[in-house]
Write a protein of this length. Sequence first.
Length: 138
Amino acid sequence: MINLAEDVKFKDRKTVLLVDDDPDFLMQQKVLLEQAGYNVLPAQGEAAAEEVLREHRPDLAVLDVMMEKMDGGFVLSHRIKKNDPSIPVILITSVSSETGIDFDTATAEERSWVKADALLSKPVRFEQLTREIDRLLK
């Protein structure tokens, strides 16, 4: 594993924790985010993300909502915010299209239970994702 803290070419880049249970989505987004200039800590699912978080502090986290458990992304977001509220979290989900349940992070009340700084619907356009990442890292 690359030690991001010691590798000179990675020092000035922001680090994104990218969590999804879909290996194809995970690798595609990892490659695109690295090409866009970010360090990426990929994790295939909630359990793998917990391991990564024990070793690294990302500048931002991008989490799928439904992983091993239906609410895995929500749970992981709550843990991240509890341990370090300064880490921005983006939730990516297809919940609305699959269940008809609609939620957002537009109001303080919604953010109080969602525990995320942004919510994007799948399929997410890469430009949309990077725009949110850039906005939250400023």
